[in-house]
Ligand binder design. Structure first.
Ligand code: NAP
Length: 260
């Protein structure tokens, strides 16, 4: 592509952590590409952040098989390139695995895993060729252990952690910074979508999306390949390493077990 207008692309920018990334990156002077399904929300955020000169909006359902290829074609047609990629869009569900509808499981894996891998494959080679860029994959502290009643979600995030750590190693010295961002409980729409509203938000256990993003970007500046945000989450992940998995799984199960 000839002299593309290089920008930061944020998936899932219509809410929560993605919207916070959009605001923080724009505050750093980046021009943006915002992607999600709810285009009305993206347009409102684009207007807030300076309008179409600075912020492009692309509607996409990234769980669809052709979505990433179509998004790439749209960007090429509009002369837009990507030099920072934030793969943030993701969903989770709670419930007993054997009762989960197959189509819901597959849609989650297509979004959390397939789209993230394809977005990375599609946009990172250009960064490597230009010897500069950044990739942030939004993972989760649930990547560090099995989570009963969120079994598929936690497994999808374990995949993303392993994948991102591997790519980060491969790209050392390339000029492209890579980060696996692992937030814990964050006050967004995620819990409502996932059906985990039974885990109460409070100031000790819950971070704001803005705090998560500030830690991510500060870590990126320092070249940190893996960030667990918030002191409580860091302490929990450290404690998990010292705790038998039978215990940590039991604790997680008690948090998410469907109530009768
Ligand atoms: N909140 C937490 O406690 C927490 C903790 C750890 C990790 N995370 C991770 O953080 C990331 C962001 O979640 P959040 O907490 O900010 O949740 P959120 O407020 O529910 O936002 C999710 C975003 O993903 C987008 N999205 C969902 N399905 C999509 C699809 N099929 N195609 C394109 N975009 C889609 C949504 O936009 P549309 O609905 O408009 O498409 C929305 O912008 C996720 O990867 C999540 O796993 C969250």
């Amino acid at each position: 592509m000839a002299a593309a207008d290089l920008r930061a692309l944020v998936t899932g920018a219509s809410a929560g952590i993605g919207a916070a990334f959009a605001r923080a990156l724009r505050a750093r002077g980046e021009r943006l590409i915002l992607v999600a399904r709810r285009v009305d929300r993206l347009e409102a955020l684009a207007a807030e952040l300076g309008g179409s000169e600075y912020v492009a909006v692309v509607a996409a359902d990234l769980a669809q098989p052709r979505a990433v290829a179509e998004l790439a074609a749209t960007l090429e047609a509009r002369g837009l390139g990507v030099d920072t990629l934030v793969n943030n869009a993701g969903v989770g569900h709670t419930g007993r695995f054997v009762e989960e509808p197959e189509d819901r499981i597959l849609a989650m894996l297509d979004l959390n895993v397939r789209a993230t891998v394809l977005m990375t494959r599609r946009f990172v080679p250009g960064m490597v060729a230009r010897k500069r860029g950044a990739l942030i994959n939004v993972v989760s502290t649930s990547a560090f252990q099995p989570v009963p009643y969120m079994s598929t979600y936690a497994a999808s995030k374990s995949f993303l952690l392993s994948f991102t750590d591997g790519v980060a190693f491969e790209l050392r010295g390339s000029g492209v910074r890579v980060q696996a961002l692992c937030p814990g409980l964050t006050a967004t729409e995620f819990q409502q979508v996932a059906g985990t509203d039974q885990v109460p938000f409070n100031k000790t256990t819950t971070q704001t999306p803005e705090a998560v993003v500030a830690e991510s970007l500060a870590g990126l500046d320092r070249g940190k390949e893996r960030i667990v945000t918030g002191w409580l989450n860091r302490a929990t992940v450290a404690a998990q390493r010292l705790t038998p998995q039978s215990v940590s799984k039991y604790v997680a199960a008690k948090m998410f077990e469907p109530k009768p």
